[in-house]
Design a protein around this ligand. Structure first.
Ligand code: CA
Length: 333
């Protein structure tokens, strides 16, 4: 295996300097409108002496807003005197996608969360992934990556971690989920974990915590409040920010198997038969897909493959074959 070349990304911040720095990860990107141009990815480093390090990201997908809203705010308001250790904040990880308001990058169509471990000589998205893989993740003890549903999904607000082979690491992640104190807390499984930032961090032995806080390509007052309070709670729980964790009751949820997911098998107009947070029985119709090409066609019924609670749903009114239509999760006491 050949040795990877150094990352082309140049940070304008010093990760080992105390105090607060607002700067950029500068990624050279030569193009028609800027021959020697760069992508300037905002980064904030808040450090106060030795101690644990947290790496906080939003905008991994560019059309999800609770994370960026919470993290630009945190970067503006967190006082280094209240910190022990280091907080690195990248509020818009896939910055080109975030600026375009799209899930993937308009430059290369790169989906950040399918691009790990990345490549230093790859596309813009792969270069960002590679920088996180080799430069930022190794410095972190706890990694927190905000997600929401984006334009095409909507979720009940939850904080989540995965089951991982290292049970001590898994417990640390679920303790951080509990500290975040969202209305729902999820043991999450993935449809396909290959190339995910989550997987990269977990394989490196990092405590990895994520969220799904809403969706529809926007944010809500409630979900932004959950994000802002939750991330401070996690930093307090980790001993990085002073102050007590403010918990509120949470409903634990489990995704026990791939039967959680229901996919559309036809194009058409989707009719939600159950709202987010409502109970569903196995076999119940959670959504119907109406054919729109002609009248007189019965709708396709999408049925729950397990009993539980509707945790996520397709958001836009039109749906295509293969879209995720609904996700059912199981309430855990
Ligand atoms: Ca996402």
């Amino acid at each position: 295996m050949s040795v990877l070349r150094p990352s082309p990304i140049a940070p304008t911040v010093d990760f080992d300097r105390d105090g607060i720095q607002h700067g950029f990860l500068r990624l050279p990107y030569s193009r028609d409108d800027s021959a020697w141009g760069s992508v300037m990815i905002p980064i904030c480093v808040i450090r106060n002496g030795k101690g644990p390090a947290a790496l906080l990201t939003g905008g991994n997908h560019g059309d999800e807003y609770e994370g960026p809203l919470a993290l630009y705010d945190l970067a503006r308001t967190l006082d280094p005197r209240h910190v022990s250790g280091t907080v690195v904040i990248v509020p818009a990880m896939n910055y080109p996608a975030f600026r375009a308001g799209t899930r993937t990058s308009p430059i290369d169509k790169g989906n950040m969360n399918r691009s790990f471990p990345g490549r230093p000589d790859g596309t813009v998205t792969e270069k960002i992934a590679d920088y996180f893989q080799r430069e930022l993740l190794p410095r972190a003890d706890i990694v927190f990556d905000f997600h929401s549903g984006g334009r095409t999904l909507d979720f009940v607000p939850f904080c989540a971690a995965h089951t991982v082979p290292d049970k001590a690491l898994e417990q640390k992640a679920f303790d951080a989920v509990a500290a975040f104190s969202a209305p729902f807390s999820m043991r999450m499984i993935e449809i396909d974990a290959v190339g995910m930032y989550d997987t990269a961090a977990e394989e490196m032995g990092k405590v990895f915590v994520s969220t799904e806080l809403g969706g529809g390509g926007t944010s809500r007052a409630q979900t932004v409040r959950i994000a802002r309070r939750g991330i401070l709670n996690v930093l307090r729980h980790a001993g990085i920010v002073e102050g007590a964790v403010e918990t509120t009751p949470t409903q634990w949820l489990d995704m026990p198997s791939g039967d959680c997911f229901s996919f559309a098998e036809d194009d058409g107009m989707i009719e939600t038969m159950v709202d987010l947070g409502e109970s569903v029985e196995k076999g119940a119709v959670v959504a119907r897909i109406h054919s729109v090409g002609r009248t007189g066609v019965a709708p396709q019924e999408i049925r729950a493959k397990m009993s539980g609670m509707l945790a996520a749903r397709h958001f836009p009114g039109l749906v295509k074959a293969g879209d995720c239509a609904a996700v059912v999760a199981v309430r855990v006491d």
